[in-house]
Design a protein around this ligand. Structure first.
Ligand code: GLY
Length: 373
């Protein structure tokens, strides 16, 4: 089943390369991907899809298209286009870092290190966080973290490994610790976002941006936490991070609905109209597979984690994939960007497609993604 799903995604990407040209897909409207000129937080996912397709097929066409996106990311960094946010890790891990991992291209490595430096400018010593959004000192966002940022930390851990400069590691570790302490709640659910006093560093309150309510658990946030803490554990060997990733995964898997693909928020009332977020299930599956890659063969949590990753991926392939729709642009249907904001609440999400393909490549080929070397 995994192989057929990969081949379908590869075939769709072949057509999408023609459709999209040098532009980047984001989310869809009326089943058509909305394109931008490499100005959004999501543009690395298209690069990641192209690199995965290249690694699966060995076809030069995919490689050249992926390398062209890296050149676009180079121009973006040089001109500092839409980079005043924390999502630099999403952008450069899957584009230039992937190229470095696959081809050992020195220019791609240099670009990725420059991207890490750009992310470091989000560090705020008083709060010991990487500020997610907005300029330093911003009244609304100045002292704010979001759980998604855990996926940006691998860029910094990697920069430490490449350069030996401890500052990258220290910032990533501190941010991960703050996230563990303040975003994860006692029952293993999570806040999407948390606020600190920018001057004193005092922890103020949890909240949400895309979730159902301030104290609810946005399913994609929980999925970012599963994968993000697993990756922090991979880089730091800190057992608490792995334990946290497992606990978040348990919370996630215990709340799967009948078809094994999550709704957009675990606390949203379920009616026939409630939206799903297939992208959350794809991210969580990757995160669980990452956890499994770090657990000893005899570990007592392995069996339920394996079953959970399989259920999630089977659910996606069987009930949400577009395998029976050869002309579809996306790989999986029914992602939601922001149900709360009325933004693409039931559409294709390019990150949903990316993580779906990464999970399939993990299952079929033992691929490990592009987050660490
Ligand atoms: N990182 C933004 C989102 O998940 O919507």
């Amino acid at each position: 089943m995994w192989k057929a799903a990969i081949e379908d995604a590869v075939a769709k990407t072949r057509v999408n390369m023609e459709r999209f040209g040098d532009r980047f897909p984001h989310v869809s409207k009326d089943d058509q991907y909305l394109l931008n000129d490499n100005t959004d937080w999501t543009d690395g996912f298209w690069s990641g899809i192209l690199w995965l397709c290249y690694e699966y097929t060995g076809e030069r066409e995919f490689r050249d298209a992926a390398a062209r996106t890296v050149e676009s990311f180079r121009r973006r960094l040089e001109r500092h286009i839409s980079l005043d946010h924390h999502d630099i890790g999403f952008l450069y891990s899957l584009s230039s870092k992937a190229q470095w991992m696959i081809e050992k291209d020195e220019a791609a490595k240099t670009l990725t290190l420059q991207a890490a430096d750009t992310l470091m400018r989000r560090w705020r010593p008083k709060t010991q966080i990487l500020q997610a959004w907005g300029p330093e000192g911003d009244e609304q966002n100045g002292g704010r973290i979001i759980i998604d940022c855990l996926m940006n930390l691998p860029l910094l851990y990697w920069a430490y490994e490449q350069t030996g400069e401890k500052k990258y590691y220290d910032v990533a570790l501190k941010h991960a610790e703050q996230s563990r302490r303040f975003l994860v709640r006692g029952d293993d659910s999570s806040y999407h976002t948390f606020y600190f006093d920018q001057e004193t560093g005092e922890a103020l309150k949890g909240g949400t941006h895309q979730g159902y309510a301030n104290g609810s658990t946005w399913t994609r946030g929980q999925a970012w936490g599963i994968y993000g803490f697993a990756l922090s554990s991979k880089y730091t060997n800190e057992p608490l991070f792995l334990e946290t990733a497992i606990r978040l995964a348990k919370y996630f898997l215990e709340r799967l609905p009948e078809d094994d693909v999550v709704y957009w928020d675990f606390d949203a009332p379920v009616t026939p109209e409630t939206k799903r977020d297939s992208s959350a299930s794809a991210i969580a599956a990757c995160g669980i597979l990452q956890i499994l890659s770090q657990l000893p063969a005899s570990h007592s949590d392995r069996s339920w984690l394996e079953a959970g990753a399989n259920r999630s991926m089977k659910g996606l392939v069987q009930s949400y994939s577009t395998m029976s729709k050869p002309d579809a642009q996306g790989f999986i249907e029914r992602g939601s960007y922001s149900v709360r904001g009325g933004n693409a609440p039931d559409d294709y999400m390019i990150w949903g497609d990316y993580y779906y393909l990464e999970a399939l490549m993990r299952l079929e080929k033992g691929h490990k993604g592009y987050w660490y070397e």
